[in-house]
Design a protein around this ligand. Structure first.
Ligand code: HEC
Ligand code: HEC
Ligand code: HEC
Ligand code: HEC
Ligand code: HEC
Length: 461
């Protein structure tokens, strides 16, 4: 062995030996998973993804770094052993060829590995499934059209290398929190911890701010708490163009100060329009210029209204209404609306489908006998609603993450549009019901407008 410099170099210190072993191990593992690596992209199990795309590259690079460290540490021994080599020139030429070939091979393996590692870290699977802490957002993302197909990275990582690096640093500190089990439960919303990338770098990469959007008809179907689950419909004509233009139109700039981290209480609003020269400052009644001075100030952007664009969580009433409108929960079951909502809200001891069937067995045995299939389907639909909204281990439950687009489930628009924010000359931010939408029908059994437009549930969308 003394006449083989390669071996001398690699074996003179245990660190180099370890390094060589790790590189070999990772190299063989890499060959083994090469088909997967060439294909890239999501694999069936998130932990396999973690192993193939993250763990193997780490082992590989750690090994590569250890070899020269070991050689440097054992410098003395290396020189000594090498001085005993007899045919030095041939031996060194061979060593040169060996290290040359290995370097080329390593560069190929390393670049392919790091390319896949970087790519994998941006996949929905890595972001959402590797780490169970993300389960609520992953689940909601998968259930919220139309952004199901938009990768986590598109909204959570700013374009460019600095954005990527920043995201990885954030990610590493989050990983530490998970490892030491000291992360917040529920984890803070992205706006709450101020880590959300600005809408200009995310939403506005796909949606043009100035695209004119005409009015849109919204039909909301609800069911009452009575025995027959009386169905009603609300029809709104949303003035989207006016809404967008008022806050983000050319020349408009709105800034606001928030008194809480979730930005639900907004005591100060500033409106400026360079086109019209209008400039107003509104103070919530009860606040003074002094009391708001120390609060953080934000500039209004898409996510101030569309904060749950990709992770909308539901409330029991709304989720049950939708499941009933979609016939997943049969409206023919007596009191099904009331019972469903109560079960979803209760801290029940037995699984929801079981409790749901028990309700009908006990109170409506005839219905239970005749509509067994419907009861079974409804129970499953309820369990699904619960599972995509309540994550007890992470302390996520109904209403944990408020949706700011609206004003019925959370303050939303009315955080500012409450007529209680005043300028010095007593002007307010309007709450006129016709400002944002025309209320074409409110909780009507059969709105005329839908008959006129011949909109039935089947052809509405
Ligand atoms: C269309 C853009 C978009 C996509 C795609 C997206 N997010 Fe989000 N995400 C947001 C916004 C906006 C917020 C801020 C919500 C808030 O502060 O109310 C957020 C918040 C979060 C939060 C903080 C907790 C919370 O619910 O507020 C986590 C965690 C998160 N996202 C993870 C993910 C994961 C994992 C994926 C991919 C499966 C993903 N996001 C995809 C826009 C997006
Ligand atoms: C990677 C591209 C992409 C990004 C980033 C993105 N979106 Fe979208 N968004 C889409 C596509 C595609 C649709 C579907 C378009 C359609 O149906 O016309 C859509 C639809 C929407 C809709 C319509 C929702 C509906 O129910 O009809 C809203 C609102 C929206 N996006 C807001 C946002 C906001 C807010 C952000 C930033 C947090 C964002 N988007 C980021 C691609 C994107
Ligand atoms: C002041 C609040 C507010 C802001 C800020 C805002 N939006 Fe909206 N946006 C709305 C409302 C309200 C609707 C209508 C929702 C509905 O119809 O139910 C809407 C609708 C939309 C739609 C769906 C249109 C459709 O086809 O149905 C898209 C896409 C959209 N917004 C994108 C954006 C983007 C991108 C930004 C940032 C540049 C933005 N919005 C900023 C309130 C806002
Ligand atoms: C941070 C505060 C704030 C929030 C939140 C907010 N707005 Fe506004 N909005 C304003 C201000 C300020 C104006 C300009 C008031 C004025 O000119 O009288 C305005 C103006 C408007 C106008 C035009 C009013 C007019 O007289 O033409 C509409 C429509 C509107 N907002 C809709 C919405 C909707 C819909 C939401 C919720 C999705 C919302 N706003 C949320 C601050 C806010
Ligand atoms: C600042 C804008 C704004 C004002 C003012 C406003 N709304 Fe709304 N309203 C909205 C938005 C945004 C939604 C949500 C639409 C959606 O769900 O897509 C909404 C939804 C609703 C809904 C449907 C609720 C549901 O079950 O989903 C009703 C009913 C309603 N508004 C009634 C009113 C009434 C009554 C007034 C007057 C007191 C009023 N709104 C004033 C913006 C406004």
């Amino acid at each position: 062995m003394k006449d083989r410099p390669v071996l001398v170099l690699l074996t003179s210190h245990w660190l180099s030996m370890l390094g060589a072993a790790l590189v070999t191990l990772a190299g063989f593992s890499w060959l083994f998973v090469l088909p997967l690596n060439i294909r890239g992209g999501p694999v069936s199990n998130p932990y396999i993804g973690l192993l193939v795309f993250i763990a193997i590259p780490i082992v590989f690079f750690v090994g590569l770094i250890l070899i020269p460290i070991g050689i440097a540490l054992a410098k003395r021994k290396v020189t000594e052993n090498l001085s005993q080599v007899e045919d030095r020139r041939t031996a060194w030429r061979r060593a040169g060829i060996f290290f040359g070939v290995m370097t080329v091979a390593n560069v190929v393996i390393a670049s392919q590995l790091s390319y896949r590692a970087v790519e994998h870290m941006d996949t929905v699977q890595f972001c959402g499934q590797t780490c169970h802490v993300m389960k609520p957002e992953f689940t909601a993302h998968a259930a919220t059209p139309p952004h199901q197909a938009v990768a986590c990275a598109e909204c959570h990582i700013a374009p460019g290398a600095t954005g990527w690096l920043k995201a990885k640093m954030n990610g590493t500190s989050q990983l530490m929190e998970v490892m030491f089990n000291n992360y917040a439960r529920p984890i803070e919303s992205a706006m709450e911890d101020n880590k959300l990338v600005s809408s200009a770098e995310t939403c506005e990469q796909c949606h043009e701010r100035d695209t004119p959007i005409g009015p849109r008809l919204r039909v909301i179907t609800s069911y009452k708490d009575d025995q027959t689950n009386t169905r009603t419909q609300t029809v709104l004509l949303m003035h989207i163009g006016g809404i967008h233009g008022a806050h983000l139109g050319p020349g408009v700039r709105i800034r606001y100060a928030a008194a809480d981290k979730k930005r639900q209480t907004i005591p100060w609003v500033e409106y400026t329009n360079t086109k019209t020269g209008v400039s107003q400052t509104y103070l919530a009644s009860g606040s003074t210029a002094d009391s708001v001075r120390s609060l953080p100030v934000f500039e209004m952007q898409c996510v101030d209204c569309h904060n749950r664009a990709a992770h909308a969580f539901e409330f029991p009433e709304r989720a049950v209404n939708q499941a009933m409108a979609a016939s997943q929960i049969a409206a023919s079951l007596p009191f099904v609306k009331k019972e469903s909502v109560e079960l979803l809200k209760a801290n029940y001891a037995e699984p929801i489908p079981k409790a749901f069937s028990a309700f009908y067995l006990q109170n409506y045995p005839e219905v239970a006998a005749k509509q067994g299939a419907e009861i079974h389907a409804a129970g499953a639909a309820l369990a699904a609603i619960y599972e995509r909204n309540v994550f007890s281990d992470l302390k996520v439950t109904w209403g944990t993450y408020p949706n700011n687009l609206g004003h019925t489930d959370a303050p939303g628009c009315f955080r500012c549009h409450d007529e209680a924010h005043l300028t010095a000359d007593k002007m307010t931010i309007s709450q006129d019901c016709g400002l944002c939408h025309q209320l074409v029908a409110v909780d009507e059994a059969s709105p005329d407008v839908l008959k006129t437009l011949e909109l039935t549930p089947a052809n509405r969308n």
